[in-house]
Design a protein around this ligand. Sequence first.
Ligand SMILES: *[C@@H]1O[C@H](CO)[C@@H](O)[C@H](O)[C@H]1NC(C)=O
Ligand SMILES: *[C@@H]1O[C@H](CO)[C@@H](O)[C@H](O)[C@H]1NC(C)=O
Ligand SMILES: *[C@@H]1O[C@H](CO)[C@@H](O)[C@H](O)[C@H]1NC(C)=O
Ligand SMILES: *[C@@H]1O[C@H](CO)[C@@H](O)[C@H](O)[C@H]1NC(C)=O
Ligand SMILES: *[C@@H]1O[C@H](CO)[C@@H](O)[C@H](O)[C@H]1NC(C)=O
Ligand SMILES: *[C@@H]1O[C@H](CO)[C@@H](O)[C@H](O)[C@H]1NC(C)=O
Ligand SMILES: *[C@@H]1O[C@H](CO)[C@@H](O)[C@H](O)[C@H]1NC(C)=O
Ligand SMILES: *[C@@H]1O[C@H](CO)[C@@H](O)[C@H](O)[C@H]1NC(C)=O
Ligand SMILES: *[C@@H]1O[C@H](CO)[C@@H](O)[C@H](O)[C@H]1NC(C)=O
Ligand SMILES: *[C@@H]1O[C@H](CO)[C@@H](O)[C@H](O)[C@H]1NC(C)=O
Ligand SMILES: *[C@@H]1O[C@H](CO)[C@@H](O)[C@H](O)[C@H]1NC(C)=O
Length: 372
Amino acid sequence: MKTLIILLLWVLLLTFSFSTSSYTNSNSTSETYTLINATNLAKPGCPSRCGDVIVPYPFGMGIDTNCSIGHGFDVYCNNSTNPPKASFSEADYISIRVISDSTVRISNNVASKCYFQNGTVSSGFKIWENFTVRPYTFSEVNKFTVIGCNDYAWLTSETESRYVSTGCATRCLTEKDVEGDQCSGNGCCQSSIPKSINYYRARVLSMDASDDMSYTRSFNPCTYAFLGEENAFKFNGLTDLNDTRLAEKIEANVPTVLDWAIGNISCTEAKSMGGFACQYANSRCVNSTRESGGYRCICNEGYEGNPYLSPGCKDIDECKDPNKYPCYGTCVNTAGNYTCKSKWGHYGDAKSKDGCRRNGNENENANAGEWE
Ligand SMILES: *[C@@H]1O[C@H](CO)[C@@H](O)[C@H](O)[C@H]1NC(C)=O
Ligand SMILES: *[C@@H]1O[C@H](CO)[C@@H](O)[C@H](O)[C@H]1NC(C)=O
Ligand SMILES: *[C@@H]1O[C@H](CO)[C@@H](O)[C@H](O)[C@H]1NC(C)=O
Ligand SMILES: *[C@@H]1O[C@H](CO)[C@@H](O)[C@H](O)[C@H]1NC(C)=O
Ligand SMILES: *[C@@H]1O[C@H](CO)[C@@H](O)[C@H](O)[C@H]1NC(C)=O
Ligand SMILES: *[C@@H]1O[C@H](CO)[C@@H](O)[C@H](O)[C@H]1NC(C)=O
Ligand SMILES: *[C@@H]1O[C@H](CO)[C@@H](O)[C@H](O)[C@H]1NC(C)=O
Ligand SMILES: *[C@@H]1O[C@H](CO)[C@@H](O)[C@H](O)[C@H]1NC(C)=O
Ligand SMILES: *[C@@H]1O[C@H](CO)[C@@H](O)[C@H](O)[C@H]1NC(C)=O
Ligand SMILES: *[C@@H]1O[C@H](CO)[C@@H](O)[C@H](O)[C@H]1NC(C)=O
Ligand SMILES: *[C@@H]1O[C@H](CO)[C@@H](O)[C@H](O)[C@H]1NC(C)=O
C-alpha cells in the first residue's frame, strides 16, 4: 500500500517535470553590457553606483527621485552596510548584483527543511518572490534545483493565462545512492521553469515519514530548494548533502536571473504613444520575447552607449581596440564599422595574422582594389 502511494507520487512528479520541460527552448540570448560601460550612464545629477553595482538609466538610484524611467526601475542603496547594498526597495532581503542590457542578477533565496537525527522535522523555511508590480520576469536560464534526500519541492506560479508549477524529487537512502557530482535525481534534481512568470512560491516537502530515515539524516540533515542560474551552480555530491551552511553559500554564489523590459506593449505600439524610450541616435527598439510584452532599446551594430539617454549611441572606434577588432594592416574607422587593408605593396586579408602577402609573381589574383 505504502509503495503504491510512493509510486503514484513519483508518476505525478515525473509527469509534472516532463510537462514543464517543454518550456526549455531558449538558450540564453548572448547577454551584452553596453549600458553599464556607457559614458552617458545616468541622468545628469543622478548617482550611478551603489558599491560595486553600476546603475544605468532606465534604472535609477533612489526611490522616487526621478532618476529612473519609472518606479519599477528604482534602485535603493543602503550605505550603512560595507560594501553598500543595492536592492529594489528599502529593507529588502534580496540584493541586486549586476544589471545587463536585458537582465538583472539578484541574490538567491533558498527554501529548506531540516531534520533531527531521528528523522523528525526540526525547521522549515518557505520562499516567495513577487515582481508583479515591477518590470521583471524570471529568466529561463534559471533552473529550480532541489538538494537533499527523499524529499521533493514545488514551485507554483501563474502567467497571464494560467496556473503553472514545476518541481522534482530526489532519492537517496545511503551515500552509495548518490552518484558523484551529477544532479540527476539522486541527492539532487533540477527542473526547467515556466516561461514569463513574475512571481513564485516554493517549499520543500517530505516524501514519506514512515521510512526509517535516521541513517540517511546522518549524512543529509537538510534539504534545500532554490531558483537560480543553471550555469552558476555545481552540485558537489555528498559534501553538499552534509553541508548545513549550504543555503548561505547558494545565496552568496548562485544568482537568480531576471529579464527586464519597459512596459507591456511592443515597439510598434509604443512608438505611436507618448514617452517612447528609444528616440536617440544610432539605436533601435527590440520587442521583449516574453508573454507579458514590453520592449528595450539597443545600439545599432558598431555603436555603443546608452540608447535611452541623450545623445544616444556613438560610433565604436574599432581601431583603438585591436584585441577585439584585429587588424594587421592599415585600420580606418568608419561610421558603424572599420576597414582594414594590407599595407602598400601587399594584398590579402589584413584582419587575420599573416593574411597579407607581398604583391608579385606568386598570385595573379592580387587585388588592386586593396592598394591604399
Ligand atoms: C547555448 O549556447 C552556447 C554558446 O552560446 C553553446 O555553447 C551551448 O551549447 C548552447 N546550448 C544549447 C542547449 O543550445
Ligand atoms: C562592460 O562591462 C562588463 C562588466 O563590467 C564587461 O564584462 C564587458 O566586457 C565590458 N565591455 C563591453 C564592451 O561590454
Ligand atoms: C549612497 O551613496 C551614494 C554614493 O556613494 C549616494 O549617491 C546615495 O545617495 C547614497 N544613498 C543613501 C541612501 O544615502
Ligand atoms: C523628472 O524629470 C523630468 C525630465 O526628465 C522633468 O520634466 C520632471 O519635472 C521631473 N520631475 C520631478 C518631480 O523632478
Ligand atoms: C541598512 O543596512 C543596515 C545594516 O544591514 C540595516 O541595519 C538597516 O536596517 C538598513 N537600512 C534600511 C533602511 O534598510
Ligand atoms: C526526535 O528528536 C528530537 C530532538 O532530539 C526530539 O525532540 C523528538 O521528540 C524526537 N522525535 C521522535 C519521534 O523520537
Ligand atoms: C504580489 O504583490 C502584489 C503587490 O504587492 C500583490 O497585489 C499581489 O497579490 C502579490 N501576488 C502574490 C501572488 O502574492
Ligand atoms: C557531516 O558533517 C559533520 C560536521 O558538520 C561531520 O561530523 C560528519 O562526519 C559529516 N558526515 C559525513 C558523512 O560526511
Ligand atoms: C499594461 O500596462 C498598463 C500601464 O502600466 C496597465 O494599465 C495595463 O493593465 C497593462 N496591461 C496588461 C495586459 O497587463
Ligand atoms: C514588435 O512586435 C510587433 C507586434 O507584435 C510587430 O508588429 C513588430 O514588427 C515588432 N517589432 C520589432 C522591431 O521586432
Ligand atoms: C563591417 O563591414 C564588413 C565588411 O564589409 C561586414 O561584413 C560587416 O557586417 C560590417 N559590420 C557592421 C557592424 O556593419
